[in-house]
Write a protein that binds this ligand. Sequence first.
Ligand SMILES: [Zn+2]
Length: 187
Amino acid sequence: MAHQEWTETAASMVVVLAISAGIVAAGEPMGGTATVGASIDRTASSRPHSANPAPSPWMSSRLCGAIRERLSTGFNLAVAQLERRIECRNLFTRLGSDGLEILSTSLYYPAGVRHESQTCLNADAFTVVGGAPTWLCRRFAQVSDRRAAVLVIHEALHHAGLDEWPHDPGGPSSQAINAMVQRACGL
Ligand SMILES: [Zn+2]
């Protein structure tokens, strides 16, 4: 419940900066200094890949069945590729994080009405940099297995602190992040 309150607040405060479909947020830029997650400085990164049970996605009960199904498929594929490929895990290691840990602490919510009519016109999902909640747009229900996995990892990288152009003028574009994920994770 606290989650819900917090995310509702976050959703209304934050102009999204983590777009997955490759187009800049439809909204106004976030007022300069309020960079969420800009101060992330985690250092514990190089613990060995553990044999914990594979994580499963935490989903809001408000997510519709079609999106839940896509998310489960994409999430499981993302986990499999993280387990298989060190290059994929390294995307997170470079940020001082562990990919499986980030995935297992991510929270998936449906995009609200306002975001569906704005951000989701050009995105499949979005995440505030450094935040655990990822909002899934209705169109996420239509993506392929691989695309769903790329999106899951892309959003998880934002959760782990990866910023994106234009919010971070020197950061990678959404497309560049997708390409990086596809290459590193074999997707
Ligand atoms: Zn993004």
